[in-house]
Design a binder for this molecule. Structure first.
Ligand code: DGY
Length: 323
């Protein structure tokens, strides 16, 4: 009997995902869930053929040069800015992600941030919890109306489209900008009007970002862009840290250049800029937009299915670097 290929699961996953992988592989897994630094990850991967990884695991040329047996790395995420795809292709390593299964859940959470930020929920709850509430007041925590407002979506991909679909219920005007204009069918289905980035920034009551992170989208929202937004507008980011210039955002929030922000992602997370904590007009979350029981399970299982397909057929369904 031939030995099963060795694979590594870099972070904690669900029990049935490990059981599934164990049918095909000799599995080593980090169920203690302590993130590995790059040296530990390299050492643990040096004798493995495959890996289930997460966005905290950086796969680059240096690591790949020290892991000659590696054939596949399967991200439990739709975003894959932690993987150097070019280096993977050169090293003959398949890379996969988990598109589709998290669209609805991530869009739901985007709406959680939109509503909480517009209606100042974190600030109001902190006030109540601290015992300061002494009665109803007409002007207490006045917020921004969502219904009939203008929603500006930066990036009308899979998740952006679901966010737009939810906006129909709030009878909003939806405008969007993307590097590529969507088809007339998509625009009609989601009742979304294409505008320039400048138009989107100056017209929207809510700007929500749904683009992948890359050198092209680094600081897509910086000082200049924040200047173009309405003073009453809010910014929502459930895409990736780095798409927004956090220091510029903090300054805009502090000076009242924009009204608020709802953030699930940060530059250099988990070590985010501590000045966010001093601001009342932000709603902050620790990168949990896709974190429902069902969706995180689907993501982990899809990554496992990608790994099984990669190492048994060489054709994983969600291959990012065809070669
Ligand atoms: C993704 O899928 O890219 C998410 O950010 C992971 O939670």
């Amino acid at each position: 009997m031939t030995a099963k290929p060795k694979v590594l699961v870099t972070r904690e996953v669900f029990e049935d995902v490990l059981e599934y992988l164990s049918q095909y592989f000799e599995v080593t897994s980090n169920q203690s869930d302590v993130p590995m630094n790059s040296e530990t990850l390299t050492l643990r991967l040096s004798d493995k053929e495959g890996a289930i990884i997460t966005l905290s695991d950086r796969i680059d040329a240096v690591l790949l040069s020290r892991c000659p047996r590696l054939k596949a790395v399967c991200n439990i995420a739709v975003g894959y800015n932690n993987i150097d795809l070019e280096a993977c292709t050169k090293a003959g390593v398949m890379a996969t992600n988990t598109p589709g299964v998290l669209d609805d859940t991530t869009a739901d959470f985007t709406w959680t941030l939109i509503l909480a930020t517009a209606r100042r929920l974190s600030e109001a709850e902190a006030y109540l919890r601290s015992g300061q509430w002494n009665g109803w007041k007409l002007k207490q925590f006045l917020g921004l109306d969502i219904h009939h407002a203008t929603l500006g979506i930066l990036g009308l991909g899979r998740i952006g489209q679901v966010v737009a679909k939810r906006a129909i219920g709030f009878e909003m005007k939806v405008i969007y900008h993307d590097v590529r204009r969507a088809t007339p069918e998509i625009e009609q289905t989601y009742r979304a009007t294409f505008v320039t980035k400048e138009e989107l920034l100056s017209q929207s009551d809510i700007v929500t970002i749904h683009v992948p992170y890359s050198s092209a989208t680094h600081h897509l929202i910086g000082r200049d862009e924040l200047e173009q937004m309405k003073q009453t507008a809010i910014l929502i980011n459930a895409s990736r840290g780095g798409v927004v210039d956090d220091q510029a955002l903090i300054e805009s929030l502090r000076s009242g250049k924009i009204a608020g922000a709802g953030l699930d992602v940060f530059e250099n997370e988990p070590k985010f800029n501590p000045h966010f904590l001093e601001l009342k007009n932000v709603v902050l979350a620790p990168h949990i937009a896709s974190s429902s029981f069902a969706t995180r399970h689907k993501m982990a299982m899809l990554a496992a299915e990608n790994l099984v397909a990669a190492l048994t057929t060489g054709k994983p369904p969600n291959l990012l670097n065809p070669f």
